[in-house]
Ligand binder design. Sequence first.
Ligand SMILES: [Zn+2]
Length: 587
Amino acid sequence: MSRGWISGEVKEEIRRRTDIIAMVSAHVTLKKSGRRYRGLCPFHQEKTPSFHVDPERGLFHCFGCGAGGDVFDFAMRSANLTFMEAAQELGRRAGVEVETSPDAAERASEREQILRALDAARGYFRASLASAGRKARAYLERRGVSEEIAGRFHLGYAPPGWDGMLTALQARGFPPAVLEQAGLVAPRAGGGYYDVFRDRLIFPILDLQDRVVAFGGRALDEAEPKYLNSKETLAFSKGRVLYALGAARDAIRERGEVLVVEGYMDVLACHQFGFRNAVASLGTALTTDQVGLLRRFAPRAVLIYDPDQAGAAAAERGLALCEEAEVSVRVAVLPSGEDPDAHLRRHGAEAFGRLITGALPMFEYRLEAAALRHGPGLREGKLALVDEMLDAIQTVANPVRAAEYLRALAGRLALPEEALRQRLRSRKRSGRSPEQQQAAITPSDNRAREEAERLLLHLMVAEPARRTDLARVLDADAFSDPAHRALAAVLLVSPDAEAVALREGLDESASALLVRLAFEPPPVTERDKDRAASEAVRYLVHTRPEAVERERLWVALQAAQTRGDEAELRRLQAAYSELITAGRRRN
Ligand SMILES: [Zn+2]
């Protein structure tokens, strides 16, 4: 693992001053469990938490995808940074000076430059709202957006004209090429560049580290499109970001529920009226990544959509994704022609609160929507409705929930539950073929070796005191697996170093193994530890090498016999019986 070139003391100081729990909590809700914390992994999609954080050691590890490491690794992975970028970022937050050479600063990655340009652009838009943004300020006032909310969401204004921002940012040293990569300017046909956002109200889009990654701009007159978003860049991928998630994070955790609306103005209104757990999907439909993101913070979601055709389709897609991710989801349907912003301003917080309380659980919502479409009074309508709902039930992973849905469907249509179950079964038989079972075969002697090696490594990681004793009877060559051997070599000569410190000298796979072992529960009970350790040592130092040697001698014996090489045969036979005797003596 490349650790860059900052000094060990600086790294240690940053580690000491960085609260790994606070840092990880910016990305995922953690629950305390013993001395450690647990949550859903931010690095892969999962339904049950296998991501662990150990605040004492300053390490994290995911048993699902194997991601693991310290605060530097977390920063690198979660924000897609190089080690030096992570060190700078963490150093800045911890108040530790991280020195860089001038050309290192120059070599700061493209992404870092883009983020800096976006941050400068936010400042420019913000200042323009105060100085030149009379039109935008009037618009906000007309829409009832409070100053406090405008400030909390860093709203800004892009003045008309073609190169106001280009000129301002160029004067601050940003090359036009970087501004183009950041999606702020576009090349002009005849050469040069022009501002992408002109005469628009600006909504900065922030990531979970509160850095601006993109902008949304709303036209203040009849200009098309009404809403314009930054193009996808190295810093921004539309389907992976939720608008206002950072601002809503704490409220989402507190309530255990997230409100999903469609637009920027909807989010602003929700937050202003006290619904601070609202986020927007930056498009009509939620994506898998966005649902995964939501899931890390709350187990429940309420989708709030316009009842129009596009809104209903978006809700459908969002529902399916939430169902897949086992997010418990309800749908609040607004009165026709109203979005959350309009609804809140017209009817107030209390009415909106009732709308959310009355939101239908996913299955009921679907049933009502489908009933409206098919008109279940008629026989054909009823059949089509049954089939549509059975389609939905078949995709439900959780059998208990599937059974509940079946019951609800039977009740709603006044049909015997058994009839629905039969239809479901017959569809399943004719439908998809069952998945092939994979036969995973592991050679048993490899497994015994693997287990013995891991047991000893685990003990040495968890209990430094054992390292010295084991070093007397064992050396690293007794370990066959290369990562095991590399880790053993370091552990056996480091009688009291903490796990984190040992990672420095290891390659990537040995370092990942070390972190994993630091999180794994002990493979044996406290009482059995000593016995298991000496058995493992005996296996690795004697039993297994002897078995390998016996095997080798046996093959050689056969060959000598076939060749008729008497002298060699006698020599091998002597070696063989000596090996057997030595083994007996020890047992
Ligand atoms: Zn994971």
